[in-house]
Every structure is written in C-alpha cells, then in structure tokens.
Write a protein that binds this ligand. Structure first.
Ligand SMILES: N[C@@H](CCC[C@H](NC(=O)CCC(=O)O)C(=O)O)C(=O)O
Length: 411
C-alpha cells in the first residue's frame, strides 16, 4: 500500500525565492523546516543548492543571539563550530543527501496515521475514518505528518540540528555542527570521509551524535555493509542454436538459490540485537534478443553485525559463493554500540532513552574509527528510510529537538 494523502488536508512544500531565506523563515519550527528541507531535492551528487542554503542559515544563526560559529566548508560539507573554550566538545552530524526520488517529491504535510515507534502500523494513510480505512486503522490517532523523500532519512534530523543550533544560548559544552554530502552512496564518496582526510581537526570531539532516524531515541553502533558482484560466465551463441553456447544467466540461478536459502542471523553485541540481512540488490546480463549471454552479474549486499569485520564478511561471502567469481565493490565496517562509555551513559540518562541496535550503516562507524564515541539519535522511524512512503511525525521532530536543546544547554 502506498500513501495517498487526502487532498483537502494536504499542503505541499514548494520553495520560492532565496533558499536560505526559505529555510530561515521556519528556523523555530522543526516540522515546517523538515518539509522545507525536503523540498530542496538533494539526491546524492546534487547537494550544492541545499548546502548553500544551510550555509546561509548558519551564517545568520552565527550573527544572532547565540554563540558565534566558525563556519568551514569543504565541497558540500559544512562544519560550524562554537569556540567557547568548554572542556568538552559534542559533534552533531547529519547528511544532506537522500536516495533517489520515487514519486515522493514535492513533500507534503497532512494529518493521517503514521507508523509507530516500532513500525507496527503500516503506511501513513488518510485521517481517521477516511473512506477505505479499516476499523483498526480508524482507531489509530491521526497525526501531523511530513511525507516525502528524505523526511525520515534524514531531513528531519537536519531540521533538528538547525533549530537546535538557532535555539542554543549558553551550551555547557562546545558544539560542532556537521552537514555533509554523499552519505547514501559508495563509501569512497562520503563527505565526512573526505573531511576526515583533508581536515581531520574539523571532526575533533569527545562525543558524536548522528541525527539518523532512530525514533527520537538512541540506536547504538551500526551494522557493517559490504557489496560484492558475483559473476557467472558462459559462452555466447545464436539463441536459435543455444546448444552451441553456455547461458550465463541460467548459471546465475544457483547464485540466487544460495541467497534465497540463506537464513540471516541476529547477533547480540554488547546487549543490543543486530539483525543481519543478505540481499541481491541488482542483476544484469544479456547481449541481444537473439544471443545466448556469456556473462551475468548479481550484485549482493550483506549487512553484517558489528562483532564481525569487513574482512570476515568478505570471507563469508566468498565461501557462500564458492565456485563463482566474486569481486568486492564497496565495504564499510560496522561499529559496536560503545554505550558503556561515561559520556554515552550521560547522554542516555539525559534522554531517558532505552537504546536499540542500528541496522543501517551510519557514520557512527567513522567516528568510532576516529576514536570519538558516537550514537544515532534522530527523529523518524528507520523502517521507513528509503521507502516510497517515507515520512516523519512532526511531534517526533519536535520532541527530538527539545531533547537535544535540553542536553546541550543543561546536560
Ligand atoms: N556506503 C554505504 C552508505 C549507506 C548508508 C545508508 N544508511 C542509512 O540508510 C541509515 C539510516 C538507517 O538505517 O537508519 C545505508 O545503510 O544504506 C553504502 O553505500 O552502503
């Protein structure tokens, strides 16, 4: 089922005029700002416009009543940091890019039913009692929702960052706000990785908070991710004389069978349950409509628990696909939760949060590798990340923002 927000209660976010001004006009309204950020399309590789707008917002925030910000930029990554001389520094980071749009822009705002924190409800749908709603659906209270690509992953988190940056007056710790490009793609392109190579001091900190969707609670660590191409080879021939060839696409059936037969495990790491996933994510092959193909490539993505290294994950895949040509195309280590660190404990206590495991890959992994303990904390139900009915509850964006302001001002 896909969400079809009701026309009468729906408003679309359409940017007009200067994009920095467009965002600034909603700087004290996390829900509205989420929708406005979504309205600036920023599929990976197309982040320039949103980065310029966010930089303009940060310049205005810096000139306002809160602490001055030192604003630094590398490509489409911005770091804006306070220099108050506090004994600790908190890094709050979020990516500006999204996965490709799928008929879910322009973003919409409407009153409907959203997925609960555990994702137990299905898709957002028209408000209570709407035609076609089942009695069970009608019993779910209607909520204020922002719907569209990026709403959950992670323009709501970026809105949380910007509204908090504007609201801070006297933070108890220094804060570095990081907004970066190319998170949703090949690890080699990641803007945070580029900054870590070009200006490692920009990411200095005692604790990092990634505003990734976490139901406005804490998700610890993250699964690792690895992609491999499994290639089958054959012999080309005329398809009218197929007996003269060897069909590489037929040979790929065995690859798919091994994938379908695999049962993914859930691995408990430091008390959190990391559910693994193994999926074919693409398949390609074929020469022409009358040729037996000599090559077929199945791209496989394995999400592995943070107790395993990328090398171990690669070893597992090579064993699973014994007899086939396996080439690693992308890999990123996971991160253990690290919630036993005092600074992470303080954050959990300040939030009153019960942590869960982060199943997606996030830059918590990069911060952990840099020696900075890190957690995921942001609005949005991660079960809806990358889906065509991606959405976020406005209440959750507001709650997360309030909690972050309170942690940074009082925690
Ligand atoms: N280089 C990696 C980057 C993938 C990042 C992406 N992260 C999320 O979706 C975080 C949101 C969440 O799961 O809560 C991912 O896991 O795909 C790659 O290309 O795989």
């Amino acid at each position: 089922m896909t969400a079809h927000p009701p026309a009468e209660t729906t408003s679309a976010f359409v940017p007009d005029g200067d994009l920095g001004e467009y965002l600034l006009a909603a700087i004290d309204d996390p829900g509205e700002l989420t929708g406005r950020l979504c309205a600036i399309e920023s599929v990976s590789g197309n982040e320039a416009a949103i980065t310029d707008a966010v930089e303009a917002v940060l310049q205005t925030i810096s000139a306002g009543d809160g602490p001055d910000l030192e604003i630094l930029r590398d490509g489409d990554t911005i770091v804006a940091r306070t220099r108050l001389g506090r004994s600790e520094r908190i890094v709050v980071a979020g990516h500006l890019d999204t996965v490709p749009v799928e008929g879910n822009l322009p973003p919409l705002r409407f009153v409907g039913t959203a997925a609960g924190p555990a994702g137990e409800s299905a898709e957002p749908h028209p408000g209570q009692g709407a035609p076609g709603a089942s009695p069970a659906e009608a019993a779910v209270p209607a909520e204020d929702i922002v719907w569209g690509r990026g709403a959950c992953d992670m323009k709501a988190g970026v809105a949380m960052q910007l509204v908090t940056a504007a609201a801070l007056r006297n933070p108890t710790r220094d804060v570095s706000w990081v907004f970066y490009d190319h998170e949703e793609v090949d690890a080699a392109l990641n803007g945070l990785g580029r900054v870590a190579r070009n200006h490692p001091d920009w990411l200095d900190g005692d604790f990092a908070i990634l505003g990734e969707p976490s139901n406005a609670s804490v998700e610890g660590g993250c699964n690792g991710t690895i992609r491999v191409d499994v290639t089958t080879h054959g012999v080309r021939a005329h398809s009218a004389r197929a007996f003269m060839g060897v069909n590489a696409i037929h040979a790929a059936a065995e690859v798919l069978t091994r994938l379908a037969d695999h049962v993914s495990e859930t691995v408990t790491v430091d008390g959190l349950d990391y559910r693994e996933s193994l999926s074919a994510v693409a398949i390609s092959g074929g020469v022409a409509g009358n040729v037996v193909p000599d090559e077929c490539r199945v791209s496989v993505n394995y999400r592995f628990a943070p107790s395993k290294s990328a090398a171990e994950a690669e070893g597992f895949l090579r064993e699973l696909f014994t007899g086939f040509d396996v080439v690693v195309t992308d890999a990123a280590e996971g991160a253990r939760p690290g919630l036993d660190r005092p600074i992470a404990q303080d954050f959990l206590t300040a939030l009153g949060a019960e942590p869960a495991a982060k199943l997606g890959w996030t830059d918590v992994s990069r911060f952990s590798a840099l020696g900075v303990p890190a957690v995921n904390f942001g609005p949005g139900n991660p079960l809806y990340a990358h889906k065509s009915d991606e959405h976020v509850r406005v209440r959750e964006v507001e709650d997360a923002t309030r909690a972050l302001v309170s942690y940074l001002e009082e925690g």
